[in-house]
Write a protein that binds this ligand. Structure first.
Ligand code: HEM
Ligand code: HEM
Length: 125
């Protein structure tokens, strides 16, 4: 499967998941998960679909770099969302676990952005 198709499909799934959480927030009147919703929509959904468009528009290479970028982005997004969901779920979150987890997940998302920058330099067309 082409990298851009993976980003597009997962991005649309992220959007549906985030909108479902948005609906639950709206119906319950409890907006406590706003940070989780915002990052599902923007990091999971919008950025993934942007990556799909960039891979297609600039004919980015589909090799090892692209696979690492895809893995870093979606694992990072999932780690961020899982941590945020637990941190904003009420109660006493285990910050010894979710603190470092969100840090590492954020780093993965940043690595994915760096790899997109490298791809853009590799394909100067
Ligand atoms: C089914 C569709 C959606 C529903 C039901 C929904 C619901 C919500 C709710 C209830 C809030 C909390 C508002 C507040 O407490 O201030 C919120 C915030 C937010 N939503 Fe959505 N949303 C939807 C779609 C979207 C989409 C498509 C995006 C972006 C692509 C998005 C991005 C955001 C962001 C960034 C915030 C945080 C805004 C802030 O920081 O104040 N949402 N949404
Ligand atoms: C390295 C990755 C990232 C980290 C560690 C991170 C962390 C955070 C934190 C700590 C907040 C404040 C949450 C609060 O209100 O308590 C926040 C808010 C926000 N972030 Fe991020 N973020 C990251 C990436 C992004 C990206 C890539 C986007 C958009 C594409 C984004 C969009 C937002 C928005 C719209 C808010 C305001 C909504 C809210 O209050 O939750 N973030 N982020």
């Amino acid at each position: 499967m082409k990298i851009e198709r993976i980003h597009l499909t997962l991005g649309l799934v992220w959007l549906l998941a985030g909108m479902t959480l948005g609906q639950i927030m709206g119906e319950s009147g409890d907006h406590g998960q706003l940070p989780t919703h915002a990052h599902i929509m923007l990091v999971g959904g919008v950025l993934s679909i942007l990556w799909a468009i960039l891979y297609r528009a600039f004919a980015f290479r589909q090799g090892v770099l692209a696979w690492i970028q895809t893995l870093a982005h979606h694992l990072g997004a999932a780690g961020m969302v899982y941590s945020l969901f637990n941190m904003y779920g009420g109660g006493q979150p285990n910050m010894a676990l979710f603190g470092p987890m969100i840090g590492i997940s954020g780093l993965l998302v940043m690595i994915s952005v760096l790899l997109i920058l490298i791809q853009s330099f590799l394909n100067r067309n």
